[in-house]
Design a protein around this ligand. Structure first.
Ligand SMILES: Cc1cc2nc3c(=O)[nH]c(=O)nc-3n(C[C@H](O)[C@H](O)[C@H](O)COP(=O)(O)OP(=O)(O)OC[C@H]3O[C@@H](n4cnc5c(N)ncnc54)[C@H](O)[C@@H]3O)c2cc1C
Length: 384
């Protein structure tokens, strides 16, 4: 394999794969690296917002033509810890999808666009050399190798690779969460996403293909410390402070091999578009998962970043312009959205949240407004 390429994308999740698709389609020799073997299950509620669907369509990914069809959802049902519920229509139809399928499909698209993909390759160092070239060091089992490129894009999710230079500034919240997900059978699911608040976080239930439901939770590490380590153990802890969740999962049968978890998860205070290279997806910002917007941020940032990187690789803009153009656009796009999402998460977790069902009955439009305010502004994809 050629050790010199035009662009190296570190991380082959939704943000990295979509970046590789766009750069390869623009004619750049693109290398996509991931430490995991695919297909793989991913900690995610698998709730796909209408904005995410629109961006996938823009990238030429048509899930409706795929053999595993998404499941429609048009309502959110929110269950408070000590009783009370709120039902809100969703702004547009959301889809229940499988990340196992979606991420694999994006890899196929990246490969057919001409990108190279290396899995089970852990990036252990990224360095900007004097001549505006990057060196990326990887480890595969007991072997190490280095690749060189004019552009590197960090799409490695919430945790920076060990060999990547850390800036002094702390862009992430101090509160540490644990995220987890599993698929279950035996739970009748309607066209709705269900959110069960409990002490230290929440659990979401939504329909996914093949008659299963996705059960995903985000809980503070403090709350999970008193439990065992398995997904089942942690969900039991969540159920203790929300009896409706316990009742809902009563007949649930775990689908083997679908359990995954991630820790530590730290939500972003502000986006971090650039260190010595651009970041996309969760590496750029970790938005509260409650808002179901993570995939949307991943795709939107990959579109912004791919456009700026394409212009840089074609010699239309300098290195410094590449950096400032992407930084400005990413901040413009995401700072306000992140602030709103952080505010909603804060409101959702306060002790007085038991009052919300009453408030929602008095002001029926309020809950819909809150749900809408977590959505990215309608994408004007032609302008990217
Ligand atoms: C509990 C929970 C529920 C969520 N629910 C939803 C939801 O319902 N809807 C929604 O839209 N979003 C949701 N999200 C958020 C969403 O999952 C993420 O925003 C999205 O997956 C981000 O994609 P990404 O490509 O940036 O990161 P990832 O999908 O995490 O991909 C990063 C990739 O980088 C690889 N990698 C990491 N380090 C290295 C390294 N050193 N070398 C090589 N490869 C590396 C990893 O193996 C991984 O494959 C949820 C998140 C959590 C935690």
């Amino acid at each position: 394999m050629d050790k010199q390429v035009d662009a190296i994308v570190v991380g082959a999740g939704i943000a990295g794969s979509s970046t590789a698709i766009q750069l390869a389609r623009s004619g750049h020799r693109t290398l996509l690296l991931d430490r995991q073997l695919f297909p793989r299950h991913k900690t995610c509620g698998e709730f796909m917002s209408p904005e995410t669907q629109e961006m996938l369509e823009f990238l030429g990914v048509d899930l409706l033509k795929h053999h595993v069809k998404p499941i429609m959802m048009n309502k959110a049902c929110i269950y408070m810890p000590r009783g009370g519920e709120i039902n809100v229509p969703l702004p547009g139809s959301a889809w229940g999808i499988s990340r196992y399928e979606l991420d694999h499909l994006l890899h196929q698209k990246a490969l057919s666009a001409g990108a190279q993909l290396i899995t089970k390759a852990t990036v252990i160092g990224i360095e900007l050399l004097d001549n505006e070239q990057y060196r990326v060091d990887i480890r595969q089992g007991s072997h190490t190798a280095s690749y060189y490129a004019k552009a590197v894009i960090g799409a490695y999710g919430t945790r920076k690779p060990k060999g990547v230079i850390h800036t002094e500034q702390n862009y992430r919240d101090e509160v540490v969460y644990v995220g987890l997900k599993s698929h279950y059978t035996g739970v009748e699911a309607g066209a709705q996403v269900e959110l069960y608040f409990c002490d230290g976080g929440y659990t979401g239930i939504s329909p996914v293909p093949n008659g299963m439901v996705n059960v995903a939770a985000l809980l503070t590490r403090d709350v999970t410390q008193s439990s065992g380590k398995s997904v089942q153990d942690i969900l039991k802890i969540a159920s203790r402070t929300n009896p409706k969740l316990a009742a809902r999962l009563n007949n649930a049968v775990l689908v083997p091999g679908t359990q995954v978890s991630i820790a530590p998860v730290r939500l972003s205070d502000i986006p971090e578009p650039w260190s010595t290279f651009p970041h996309v997806g969760d590496a750029l910002l970790m938005i509260p998962p409650l808002c179901g917007d993570g995939m949307s941020v991943a795709l939107r940032s990959s579109i912004l970043c791919s456009n700026a990187t394409d212009r840089y690789l074609h010699g239309e803009i300098t290195y410094n312009e590449w950096k400032s153009e992407y930084t400005e656009k990413a901040n413009h796009e995401f700072v306000k959205l992140l602030k709103r999402a952080r505010m909603i998460q804060k409101l959702a977790f306060v002790k007085a949240n038991r009052l919300y069902p009453g408030i929602a009955r008095i002001f029926p439009g309020l809950a819909t407004y809150v749900v809408k305010s977590t959505r990215l502004a309608e994408a004007e994809l032609n302008r990217f």
